[in-house]
Write a protein that binds this ligand. Structure first.
Ligand code: FES
Length: 180
């Protein structure tokens, strides 16, 4: 003979105290904890963003560019991608051209077959010297400071120090290395 009760005990009736039931209290507490957790998460996110802000990492503006003897006559593009500079060797000097079109800032291409720099954005053209000769660009490319490092004889470029043709600065001794 079975002794199991006919029905399961029902849950205790919700108690109301001053118009507030136990169920509504639990509901409000859950809501409060959810709000607290969301606020804490937002605060943590803000703290992490403060500690690790969105910083644009630019390449260094000063760098050693190797031995002068490693540069043949003409335009050398080995540093264009990393530092935005061409090293150009002519018959009696070496200079550094900044690889930024002075029209609106695009990066020109060196066209070996045509012996010129050509900007892909609006068609400005520059001679190997950096002097402009076609397109909308208002002036020549800029040259960067170049010198021989006294400690190891390597070429040393300071890209932040610019020399402008239109201001007569290309004859500054810091704007080129004399090779002959
Ligand atoms: S940015 Fe080079 S031609 Fe306009």
């Amino acid at each position: 003979m079975s002794t199991a009760p006919d029905s399961l005990p029902s849950s205790p009736p919700d108690v109301e105290l001053d118009g507030v039931t136990r169920r509504s209290t639990i509901k409000w507490m859950a809501l409060a904890w959810t709000g607290f957790a969301a606020a804490t998460a937002a605060g943590l996110t803000a703290t992490v963003r403060f500690l690790f802000p969105n910083v644009l990492f630019e390449p260094p503006t000063r760098f050693k560019a190797g031995d002068p003897s490693s540069y043949a006559l003409g335009v050398d593009e080995r540093w264009k991608e990393k530092f935005g500079v061409w090293i150009v060797r002519d018959t009696n000097s070496i200079y550094a051209l900044v690889a930024v079109c002075v029209h609106l800032g695009c990066t020109p291409n060196w066209l070996q077959a045509q012996n010129k720099f050509k900007c892909p954005c609006h068609g400005s053209g520059y001679y190997r010297s950096g002097i402009n000769f076609e397109g909308p660009t208002p002036r020549p490319l800029e040259r960067a400071a170049i010198s021989i490092s006294p400690d190891d004889g390597q070429i040393f470029i300071e890209k932040a120090r610019k020399f402008l043709y239109e201001k007569g600065q290309w004859t500054d001794p810091a704007a080129f290395i004399k090779t002959t």
